[in-house]
Design a protein around this ligand. Structure first.
Ligand code: FES
Length: 177
C-alpha cells in the first residue's frame, strides 16, 4: 500500500506492506537508520521516535498509523546550520554513551521529556527514560546530560518559560547566568 508520511518536516511517499512497522519503513525504505532495532517488542526503547510530539516505540507502531502525524527521528533533531540539538550536544559533552546503540532512542526520549517538563527532577528524568535500556549502564551520565540539556534549553532565547512569563525572546539581561 502507498503511504504518505511526514518525516522530519518532509513529505515522503512509500510503499509498505500491511502491518509493516514504522521502524522498518524508516530504516529499510527511507534509509533513516538512526533509529535502532533492539528487541522489536517495545521493551528496550532503541527505536524511539517522536510521533505527533510524543515518544513512541516505532517497532510497535504500524507505519499506516503514523500517516496522519508528524514523525521526528534522531536525524530530524538537527538544528539550523547543521548544529546539534542541545540534547545531542549534552550527550556528547557528558560522554553519555559507551557502545552508542541505545543513544538515538535515549536522546529522542529525552527530547520528549524536556518538551513536557523543561526542568525535570531526578525522579522525573529516571521515570521519563525508564523505558529506554542502556546495556552499558551509562545511566548516571545520561541523567547528567539530560540535566545539562535542560539547563541549556531553558536559557536559550525564545524558550517557552520566557513566553510564559511574558518575556521577549532574546532578552539576554533576563537570562539566568
Ligand atoms: Fe523497539 Fe526495542 S526495538 S522497543
Amino acid at each position: 500500500m502507498n503511504l504518505r508520511l511526514v518525516v522530519n518536516g518532509s513529505e515522503r511517499q512509500v510503499e509498505a506492506q500491511p502491518g509493516e512497522s514504522l521502524l522498518a519503513v524508516l530504516r529499510d525504505r527511507l534509509q533513516l537508520t538512526g533509529s535502532k532495532y533492539g528487541c522489536g517488542e517495545g521493551q528496550c526503547g532503541a527505536c524511539t521516535v517522536l510521533l505527533g510530539g510524543r515518544a513512541v516505540r516505532s517497532c510497535r507502531t504500524e507505519a499506516a498509523d503514523a500517516a496522519a502525524k508528524k514523525i521526528t527521528t534522531i536525524e530530524g533533531l538537527e538544528q539550523p546550520g547543521g548544529r546539534l540539538h542541545p540534547v545531542q550536544a549534552a550527550f556528547l559533552d557528558a560522554e553519555s554513551f559507551q557502545c552508542g546503540y541505545c543513544t538515538p532512542g535515549m536522546i529522542v526520549a529525552a527530547v520528549a521529556l524536556l518538551q513536557r517538563e523543561p526542568d525535570p527532577s531526578e525522579e522525573e528524568i529516571a521515570s521519563g527514560l525508564a523505558g529506554n535500556i542502556c546495556r552499558c549502564g551509562t545511566y548516571a551520565r545520561i541523567a547528567a546530560a539530560v540535566r545539562q540539556a535542560a539547563q541549556a534549553m531553558r536559557q536559550a532565547p525564545g524558550h517557552a518559560a520566557d513566553q510564559r512569563q511574558g518575556r521577549r525572546p532574546g532578552h539576554e539581561e533576563e537570562m539566568p547566568r
